[in-house]
Design a protein around this ligand. Structure first.
Ligand code: EPZ
Length: 417
């Protein structure tokens, strides 16, 4: 297993290119199941989660060519709408294949994804929405068995779930008649998926807003699509720049996709400049505490909560961080405390009292974003070396993170064990 070694205390300076969004690429790949002609994706990130989705879809019979940032997908070879446990369990986003398989084939057998480090991750909203469209859903030996011709329906989601919004939008493309989805997720990745599906010939309006309407069509063709930039990767690099009192610019980013995060960076004392696809963050003086509450978009992204917590461990004053989206998303706290942070937990609330400095330590990565927080803490630590173990968690969502941080002046390396 690889480790990442970091000798911190150096301000990050320079510019880094943001890749295509992991959380757009995964549903886009699943949506290609609906296409009855080949599709092409550009700006595809080279990530372990993308390889996992490739493996699942290829196992089902889709032919995928993935070179560099360019991916072609041809779903004509899919004969059996079946996603096995041993592939789905490796990455819960595999569950996104359920909606497209059911919509295209009239039946599907997809393993329940199971929980993960940040929570039980139920899929009840996905299933209730499909039932509202006329599907018969049963659970059999850990699998969701879905069948039926889908009909358009009005459905209000219990919670603006990103995955459920994507499942239901994809299913509705081939349902008979009109579907109206309300209380939907509004993340930029939803808007990107809507653009892709309309490129196939779907008739979707409102993707990215609080109501999505879909008029079902009989068949969908192919399309070319450029994956939207990864706002969470952009936010991670900007947080690292500010946390190390540096000056970092992310390229090919979209500031409109980080409204609350950028406002919070300003509140802690960073100077933010936006011009076109470039976002620059500079920490001119000391950083001060601020309060964070995570919400669905356009609120503060839960996927940036851990990274912001790392930054706030050395901000002046006390910060209150409330995690509203997932029930267990403070996996980074114990490790940050081992590095000298002063944090108390009270349910879904973390009280972070700013300390003078962190010290390097051997730490264990857990979920993807908690691991990114540990890397940021290692970059901040003015004394000692930080060794982050189980780096595969980071490789799921960040492409060669140590090389790109090194290009910003970090003293960081990957060691193979
Ligand atoms: C997507 O997960 C992202 N993953 C997550 O990113 C992200 O944290 C999350 O959205 C929230 O923004 C991908 O897009 C591949 P949800 P998803 O359904 O769709 C509850 C990362 O680090 N819920 O919006 O699984 C659920 O338990 C990953 O890149 C139900 O109760 O998130 C959670 O508490 C982590 N029933 C909340 O909603 C359901 O049927 C939000 O989950 C579905 C969800």
């Amino acid at each position: 297993m690889d480790k990442i070694l970091i000798r911190g205390g150096k301000p990050l300076r320079g510019a880094v290119q943001v890749r295509g969004a992991k959380n757009a690429t995964l549903p886009l790949m699943a949506a290609a199941i609906l296409a009855e002609a080949p599709c092409t994706l550009h700006n595809v990130p080279c990530l372990h989660d993308v390889f996992s989705m490739d493996k699942l879809l290829s196992h089902m019979g889709m032919s995928i060519e993935f070179t560099g940032r360019y991916m072609t997908l041809d779903a004509s070879g899919i004969v059996e709408p079946y996603a096995p446990y041993d592939l789905v369990r490796k990455m819960r986003a595999s569950f996104f294949v359920l909606g497209p398989l059911l919509a295209r084939f009239g039946r599907a057998r997809v393993s329940l994804p199971g929980g993960c480090a940040i929570g039980t991750r139920p899929v009840d909203i996905h299933l209730k929405g499909l039932e509202a469209m006329g599907a018969t859903i049963t659970l059999d030996e850990g699998y969701v068995v879905a069948e039926g011709r889908l009909k358009g329906a009005n459905f209000a989601l219990d919670f603006p779930s990103v995955g459920a919004t994507e499942t239901l939008m994809m299913a509705a493309c081939r349902a008979e008649g009109l579907t109206r989805l309300t209380n939907v997720a509004r993340e930029p990745e939803i808007e990107d998926l809507g653009k892709f599906l309309n490129g196939l010939g779907a008739r979707i309006s409102g993707a990215g807003s609080d109501m999505i309407t879909v008029v079902g069509v009989d068949a969908l063709g192919g399309t070319e699509h450029v994956v939207v930039a990864d706002r969470i990767e952009a936010g991670t690099f900007l947080a690292a720049g500010v946390a190390t009192h540096g000056d970092v610019t992310v390229l090919n980013a979209n500031a409109d996709h980080l409204p609350t995060f950028l406002r919070k960076l300003r509140e802690v004392g960073a100077e933010i400049e936006v011009s076109g696809g470039r976002i620059r963050a500079r920490a001119l003086n000391g950083l001060h505490a601020t309060d964070i509450t995570t919400h669905p978009f356009p609120g503060f992204a839960t996927d940036l909560q851990a990274q912001m917590m790392a930054l706030l461990t050395c901000a002046q004053g006390t910060s209150i961080i409330k995690e509203n989206v997932f029930e267990n998303r403070f996996m980074q706290v114990a490790e940050l405390i081992r590095m000298g942070a002063d944090i108390d937990l009270d349910g879904n609330t973390a009280i972070v009292r700013g300390v003078e400095r962190l010290s390097g330590a051997p730490v264990m990565a857990s979920d993807l974003r908690a691991s990114a927080a540990l890397v940021i803490a290692g970059l901040m630590a003015e004394r000692g070396e930080t060794a982050v173990a189980r780096v595969y968690h980071i490789d799921r969502g960040y492409e060669r993170i140590e090389e790109r941080l090194a290009s910003l002046g970090a003293d960081i390396e990957r060691v193979r064990e």
